[in-house]
Structures are given as structure tokens and as C-alpha cells.
Design a binder for this molecule. Structure first.
Ligand code: ATP
Ligand code: MG
Length: 567
């Protein structure tokens, strides 16, 4: 491509809401343009990067026998009613009617559509397994679209779905897909981690996320210092602690603790470790059609993990409650204890099961109980893992220590089981001629989010630094002075030669200053720029490496071989 003809509208500034490097540079370097909140146009450079990512995904999918399809974006709302997700998906689902008043949604994911396409078409176990996928625009009316391509409302997802006649076969496919996804991210040149993920309301037995490691990531992941264990903080678990602080000794007793309402104050007041205090987090738990106040109890040294709390209560969402709302129920904020279960539903963290020597609220203003033995709750209370792991906790799989890092969720693979096939009555006949629901897996990868992820991991203060697999053009030929005939001739000659060798090459033939063109090249992030400049008189040109920012001089005779060798 000739730069003089290319549509690459680079700019000095990005919009004021752009805070992430990928958002800033993809906008400034003329890859994307914003249409409205969470909506972007892909300009030619972005389109090239997307195609590259899609090609790599296609290659890896065909290696594992997955077949590409494309489903209609506009989806009948009836299918979503059939699966029961029309309510659950809430406001993220964009709903509308056609001219005949038929209800539709814009597909935010395509489980229902894929099951609908396969049901009654695949009818025998002999035709299983089957793995179908697509690269498709998705629409989710995200509450807070932000960070450019990272969290758009419209975005491209590779979504795949597999159909099986046994759990073992699903397990095999799941492992094969995990391996394929790892190969894809390795080929893209990304540093990543596969982590255990929350299985959410859909249930299912296995769920893993592929996280690109980046400080700007929205997800916190816990990783082990010794073994391969990694998990999204929403799903991370831990072993019971090894180094338990020394227990305070006290007979069961009610203790005056005037105005001691927080865990910190309580621990200080009684000179005990917060580990031996019981924390209560009161929340309003929202269900399909009603809501209630639930009291979540944890050790004072732990915090409530909201996704775990949602799962434990099978809630749609959990929201804050005011002290007034609690008081109306006769609950005394600051002094809530688990020993009074009549006022509100209790969920108690499993780490408190049979805990002894505890201090907890006495359900009475200014009083706490000390010397509490929670064994009394063993048979009456509902226990669940609702605590967030802490840095320094022990790995659930070995004696390593957990620490936190930030990640960008670029992929999510999930063992669905029969949730959708049962809801949509999608069945096949097994070896005995008996109808069975398909056992399913689902495999998502955020294609447009990957574009942004590459830049989050690969950029510097000058702009984008594309990996070789993702660069929109591999080589940029810079004619420093367009009025110098010798420079132009060499530029044109190299341009033609590289094109003939199928190298993706840009020829910067613009009548602009060298410094301006160089800044532009750095902003866009071509891996290599061949600078044809003053040194040409001495038979030399330079190769500028975008990663190392080093320039090496190469003789004109060797430049073609050298660049071919580098790429
Ligand atoms: P998130 O937790 O980031 O909202 P999700 O868990 O809702 O994502 P999935 O339903 O698992 O997303 O979708 C599969 C993949 O699609 C995600 O792993 C992510 O890479 C991508 N994706 C999801 N939402 C968006 C979005 N709003 N913008 C861009 N990519 C997205
Ligand atoms: Mg996900």
C-alpha cells in the first residue's frame, strides 16, 4: 500500500475519555473511530489486524475439527424465552420488534441459536461430536462501555459450541479447545494465563478463562507461587491457613464494647487478631421477582466476594442496604451476630464452620459476645464459600502462596452440560434408540478485545508495537526525501520486490518531513521501517526495529535479504 493513498487518519490527540494505552493509540493511529458510546468503526488498519487474528483462530479451529458457520445476528426473542435467559440477561439484551410486531433481540451470544440450528438436524449419536463456531458481531448494551475496543457494546466474538453424547467426550473436547486457545494466544505473541473461572448461574462443571496479563486488566487473578494454579478472584479458593494466629482465651460472655462498630476497632479494643472476629456484611439480594436482606458472615480477616455471594444465594444481583433498612428489621448495625437467625437469612462462610474462641456481635447495641463456639450453628446454618481469597493465602492445590495479578479476559471456555439442550429440547438418539439431550460445551474468544489486548501488552510512549503475527503491515519503507530521485527509485524497487514476495509492505511516499513521517510510523507500530535517507549516497540504508528502537545500517545490495531474514 502507498501511504499517500492509504486511509490512515492519524491524530495528535485522542478523545478525553481515552485512558488506556490501547484506546489512545488505536484512536490516534487511525485504526478505529468512535461512533457512539461503545460503538466503533474499524478503519483499514484495524480491519487488517482483525483478519490476521481471525485467520489464526480459523487455522487452529480447523486443526481440532471445528467448522465455521455464521448465524443470523438478529435473533427471535422466542428462542431466548425458551431458554429462560430473556429475563436473566436483563438490560444488556437489546430488544426490538419488526414491522409485524414480532419480538427480536440482537445476539449477545448464540447458545440458543446454535442449539436451534442443530436440533432436529443432528439426530443420532453417530453424528456426534460436532463443533461449530463463528466470528460474529455481538451486541451487549453494557452498563459502562469503556476503554475503546476492550469493552464495547458492539464487538466481535469467536463463539463456538460443541455437542456430545457423553461427558467423557465433552471433557476431551474441552481439553482440546483449551490447548487450541493456548496455541492461538502463543501465536499472537501474548503473555497469558489460563485460570479457573466462575461458572455463574448457568452452572456447569468446568469453566476456564484465558487472561492476558496486563496491569490495565479489569480482572484480578490469584496465582500460586509454586504450581500452575490460577483463578479469577471471583472463583479462587484456598486451603485452610497453616499459620493460624494465637487464639484469644475467654469464657462465653457478653461484653460491653461501647461504639465499637468496625472489625478494626473491635480487634484493637479486645487486643485480638481480626481472624477471631465475625464480620457481618448485610446486603439486599435481588431474585427474579422479589428481594430480601441477607446477612453474610465471615471471619473479620476476610472480605465478601460478591460473585460467590450471588452464587450462594442464586441471586440475580446483590445491592447495598442502608442502616435504616436494617433497623426496620430490628437488626442493630455494627453489632450483628450469627446467633440470631430469625430476623434475616444467614449465609455463613465455610471458613467459620466450627470456629472457636470467636468474638461476634450480640445483636444488641454496644455489646459483643466473646468466647463463642460456632459449632452450635453446625446443623442449623447455611454455610458456603463466600470469602475472597487474600494475597498470602495458601494455594488450594499445594502449599504455595497465592498472589494477585491483573488480567484481561480474552477467552472463556465452559462445560455447559445439558442446560440449553434440555431447555430447548434438543435431543439425539443414543445407541439404544433412546432420546437424550446433547451434552454441550461453549468456547468464546473476544476478537476485537484481542486487538486492544495486544496493544495493552505491547506499546511504549511513542505508540503501538505490533507483534509480528498481528502487525497490519510488517515493513514500512520510508523515502526520507521524496524529491531525491535516487531514494524514490530504490523505494519503488524494494516496494515491488517485497510485494512480489508477499510481504505486507507500506511505502511512505508522502511529501512530508522525515521527522513527521517517522513519528507516524512509530505511532502505527510497523515492526520494521526501512529508512532510505542521506546515507544512500554511501550505498547504505537503515532498518529501524520498532521493538528495540535500534537502527542498523545495511548495504543497499543486502537490504532485501536482510529484511526477509528479519521477518
Ligand atoms: P466480561 O466479564 O469482560 O464482561 P463476559 O464474561 O461477559 O466478559 P463472555 O460472555 O464470557 O464475556 O464472552 C466471551 C468473550 O467475549 C469474553 O471472554 C471477552 O473476550 C469477549 N467480550 C465479552 N464482552 C465484551 C465486550 N463488551 N467488549 C469486547 N469483548 C467482549
Ligand atoms: Mg466470561
Amino acid at each position: 500500500m502507498r501511504r499517500s493513498r492509504a486511509f490512515i487518519p492519524t491524530t495528535k490527540e485522542a478523545s478525553s475519555d481515552a485512558t488506556l494505552a490501547s484506546h489512545i493509540y488505536l484512536s490516534r493511529a487511525g485504526f478505529i473511530s468512535q461512533v457512539a458510546s461503545g460503538l466503533y468503526n474499524y478503519m483499514p488498519l484495524a480491519k487488517r489486524v482483525i483478519k490476521k487474528i481471525e485467520n489464526i483462530i480459523n487455522e487452529e479451529m480447523s486443526k481440532v475439527g471445528a467448522q465455521e458457520v455464521e448465524l443470523s445476528f438478529v435473533t427471535p426473542a422466542d428462542l431466548w424465552a425458551e431458554s429462560g435467559r430473556i429475563e436473566k440477561f436483563g438490560k444488556e439484551l437489546l430488544r426490538f420488534k419488526d414491522r409485524k410486531e414480532n419480538p427480536f433481540v440482537l445476539g449477545p451470544t448464540h447458545e440458543e441459536m446454535m442449539v436451534d440450528m442443530v436440533r432436529n438436524r443432528v439426530t443420532s449419536y453417530k453424528n456426534l461430536p460436532l463443533n461449530l463456531y463463528q466470528m460474529k458481531t455481538k451486541f451487549r448494551d453494557e452498563a459502562r462501555p469503556r476503554f475503546g475496543l476492550m469493552r464495547g457494546r458492539e464487538f466481535i466474538m469467536k463463539d463456538g459450541y460443541s455437542f456430545h453424547s457423553s461427558v467423557e467426550d465433552l471433557d476431551r473436547e474441552f481439553d482440546a479447545m483449551e490447548a487450541a486457545y493456548k496455541r492461538i494466544l502463543n501465536r499472537l505473541g501474548l503473555e497469558f494465563r489460563v485460570v479457573e473461572a466462575d461458572s455463574g448461574a448457568i452452572g456447569g462443571s468446568g469453566s476456564k478463562e484465558l487472561m492476558v496479563i496486563a496491569d490495565s486488566g479489569e480482572d484480578t487473578i490469584a496465582i500460586c507461587s509454586k504450581c500452575e494454579y490460577g483463578a479469577n478472584i471471583e472463583a479462587a479458593t484456598r486451603s485452610f491457613p497453616v499459620n493460624i494466629p494465637e487464639a484469644p482465651e475467654a469464657e462465653f460472655n457478653k461484653f460491653l464494647t461501647p461504639d465499637v462498630k468496625s472489625i478494626d476497632k473491635l480487634a484493637e479494643f479486645l487486643k485480638i487478631d481480626p481472624y477471631y472476629t465475625v464480620k457481618c456484611v448485610a446486603k439486599r439480594v435481588v431474585y427474579d421477582d422479589d428481594s430480601e436482606i441477607v446477612l453474610f458472615f465471615l471471619r473479620g480477616s476476610d472480605n465478601l466476594q460478591e460473585v460467590k455471594a450471588i452464587n450462594a444465594t442464586e441471586a440475580l444481583e446483590i445491592v447495598d442496604v442502608s442502616e435504616e433498612e436494617l433497623s426496620e428489621l430490628g437488626i442493630v448495625p455494627g453489632f450483628i451476630g450469627p446467633l440470631d437467625q430469625d430476623k434475616a437469612k444467614h449465609v455463613i462462610d465455610c471458613n467459620l464452620k466450627n470456629a472457636q474462641n470467636m468474638v461476634c456481635g450480640a445483636n444488641e447495641l454496644d455489646y459483643h459476645f466473646v468466647g463463642v463456639d460456632l459449632k452450635v450453628l453446625e446443623d442449623v446454618a447455611y454455610f458456603s464459600d463466600i470469602a475472597e481469597v487474600n494475597e498470602g493465602d495458601t494455594c488450594p492445590n499445594c502449599d504455595g502462596i497465592l498472589s494477585f495479578t491483573k488480567g484481561i479476559e480474552v477467552g472463556h471456555i465452559f462445560k455447559l452440560g445439558t442446560t440449553y439442550s434440555e431447555a430447548l429440547k434438543a435431543e439425539y438418539l443414543d445407541e439404544n434408540g433412546k432420546a437424550q439431550p446433547f451434552i454441550m460445551g461453549t468456547y468464546g474468544m473476544g476478537v476485537s478485545r484481542l486487538v486492544a489486548s495486544v496493544i495493552e501488552q505491547h506499546h511504549d510512549e511513542y505508540g503501538c508495537v505490533w507483534t509480528k503475527a498481528t502487525a497490519p503491515y510488517m515493513v514500512n519503507i520510508m523515502i526520507s526525501n521524496i524529491k531525491d530521485e535516487e531514494q524514490v527509485n530504490l523505494g519503488e524497487e524494494l516496494y515491488e520486490k517485497l510485494q512480489n514476495a508477499s510481504v505486507e509492505v507500506m511505502l511512505d511516499d508522502r511529501k512530508e518531513r522525515f521527522g513527521f513521517k517517522m513519528k507516524d510510523a512509530e505511532l502505527i507500530g510497523f515492526p520494521y521501517t526501512i529508512i532510505i535517507g542521506k546515507e544512500l549516497k554511501n550505498g547504505l540504508v537503515q532498518i529501524y526495529d520498532r521493538v528495540s528502537k535500534e537502527k542498523i545500517s545495511v548495504s543497499v545490495d543486502d537490504i532485501y535479504e536482510k529484511i526477509m531474514e528479519l521477518i
